[in-house]
Design a protein around this ligand. Structure first.
Ligand code: PMP
Length: 519
């Protein structure tokens, strides 16, 4: 029985085909350790950084101490539906940081979750509750206006105008017919499905709802029938958003009494549920949104009252040099999703921040999770914020400095191998190196990987085996390697990565059959 692997063995055997099926036994800072045949530890420098969850590195001593203290004091980890002073402090601290950085006075209400995908779904779910409640409020207003018009007709004060009858598609100015028609039209239109928008290349998770927002067709297509379809916006279409939104507009019909006449008035149906985007696309290949696009999205969304959900699951928590990557391009979220490094590399946690002016307290009664808001993860998250904010925020400055240092190194590799490296990009400790397409390579193994979409993984396997460097391609752009180490990454580790990249690039340029390790 011991030999049977029922824990995703298919994935493991796939990892083995590219030499990434390592077994790590210990982790500290920016290193993972595996054992050699004699049982000695072999350090591997970790540029994958837990897919963005290790801003502070593996097993940071202060985070460990915080966890130990809680466990030693028998902290009530699962005490749902009770007072949560630690969660209250975390929400206040998050607000202080976000308000400072966005230079805004607005408060954000916080809902707790367990993973990145969950936080995104919580934001969209809240946005939908808000939208549905707005539809109900609008319909109530219209019902009250119809009642008022009916009373005015009954009192003989007003009559239905000819234009009103035409607007409602009637050939009579009878009030009862008009009211019935308006109710019928509104009934049908009010149930128009919500509209969700996301950017091409975006990644927002793989759950039933969030996968609909994830652009990668391989992840999304098999499950398309399980969720609301999302309209993906290409970067070139961002400037056309007002037109795209206008085409989607649906109006409810309302009645107004103007002088002695009843007229029909169009009222826009709240139809826009959310526009979801990452300020720096992680899995999409480390692609940063520029300030102009951010402004265009913000303005177009504001015009139609479409809330902007800023997914900072990977880019947030200081990774790009500011707490929120979006604040650097002037993007203001109606919602923010944060996760990954919020858990300090130890806890699984996530939060959704909702702008107070949109917040619906009713949400708290209809949404919850057994594990969310527990004392263990929220206390660790508070410790993470304390470490990030310490000494005037040197952690943010360090993310920017270390990032610039690594980017310089990547640029030098690109300069020396422009025929192999197509681009290097990113901000702070969210960096990517894109290889040119290798499907015309003279090396059969390289060609096979390039054609099968596994080239980046084969490079990662080679870097691991020959240089003890761990990195991965981004999920939806597999020719781009990601580098997301902790803020404590040292010059020696960066040099180790550089040696590995130069070695791989030289092998690919020379069309050397041994350029990549063949498994
Ligand atoms: N949003 C973004 C931007 C992400 O990068 C990820 C994970 N890579 C997610 C959401 C999903 O997070 P999780 O894997 O914790 O569900």
């Amino acid at each position: 029985m011991d030999d049977i692997d029922l824990a995703e063995p298919h994935l493991l055997s796939w990892l083995a085909t590219v030499g990434l099926d390592a077994h790590y036994v210990r982790a500290e800072g920016d290193h993972l350790y595996r054992l050699d045949d004699e049982g000695r530890e072999i350090p591997v420098v970790d540029f994958a950084g837990g897919y963005g969850s290790l801003m502070l590195g593996h097993n940071h001593p202060d985070i460990l101490a915080c966890a130990r203290e809680m466990l030693d004091h028998q902290a009530p980890v699962h005490a749902q539906f009770s007072r949560h002073p630690y969660a209250k402090r975390l929400a206040a601290e998050l607000n202080a940081i976000v308000r400072r950085e966005t230079e805004s006075d607005e408060m954000y209400s916080v809902i707790f979750a367990n993973s990145g995908a969950e936080a995104v779904e919580v934001a969209v779910k809240h946005a939908e509750l808000d939208r549905v409640m707005k539809v109900a409020e609008l319909r109530q207003e219209i019902a009250a206006n119809i009642d008022a018009a009916r009373a005015a007709v009954a009192a003989g004060e007003v009559s239905v105008s000819g234009e009103a009858a035409i607007a409602a598609g009637l050939d009579t100015t009878d009030f009862a017919s008009l009211a019935a028609r308006i109710s019928e039209v509104n009934e049908a239109r009010a149930t128009t499905p919500p509209l969700l928008f996301a950017l091409e290349g975006g990644f927002h998770g793989k759950l039933m709802g969030s996968v609909q927002l994830t652009h990668n067709a391989a992840y999304r297509n098999p499950f398309a029938a399980l969720g609301t379809s999302v309209r993906f916006v290409a970067p070139v279409d961002i400037s056309a958003l007002p037109k795209i939104f206008d085409e989607e507009r649906v109006d409810l019909l309302d009645l107004a009494v103007t002088g002695s006449e009843i007229t029909v008035v169009c009222r826009p149906l709240p139809l826009f549920c959310a526009f979801v985007l990452e300020p720096v696309q992680g899995e999409g290949g480390i692609r940063a949104l520029d300030a102009r696009s951010a402004e265009q999205i913000q303005a177009a969304c504001a015009r139609v009252d479409c809330p902007v959900v800023v997914d900072e699951v990977q880019s947030g928590m200081g990774r790009t040099g500011t707490f929120l990557a979006s604040s650097a391009v002037g993007l203001r979220g109606d919602y923010y999703a944060l996760s990954k490094s919020l858990g300090g590399g130890l806890a699984k946690t996530a939060v959704m921040l909702a702008r107070s002016s949109r917040y619906r307290p009713e949400f708290e009664l209809v949404h919850s999770s057994t594990f969310a808001k527990d004392i263990f993860s929220t206390t660790i998250a508070l410790k993470v914020l304390e470490l990030l904010e310490a000494d005037g925020g040197v952690a943010y400055a360090r993310a920017a400095e270390r990032g610039a240092y690594i980017l310089d190194m990547l640029r030098s590799v690109q300069r020396d191998f422009p025929d192999v490296v197509a681009d290097v990009r990113g901000r702070g400790l969210m960096l990517g190196l894109e290889f040119h397409d290798q499907s015309a390579s003279a090396i059969p193994a390289v060609r096979r990987h390039a054609e099968g979409g596994t080239f980046g993984y084969a490079v990662a396997g080679t870097l691991l085996e020959r240089h003890r460097v761990r990195t991965f391609p981004t999920a939806s752009a597999p020719n781009t390697l990601r580098f997301e180490p902790s803020i404590h990454i040292g010059d020696a580790e960066v040099a180790q990565l550089e040696a590995g990249l130069r070695d791989v690039c030289a092998g690919l340029r020379a069309q050397d059959a041994a350029a990549l390790v063949d498994h």
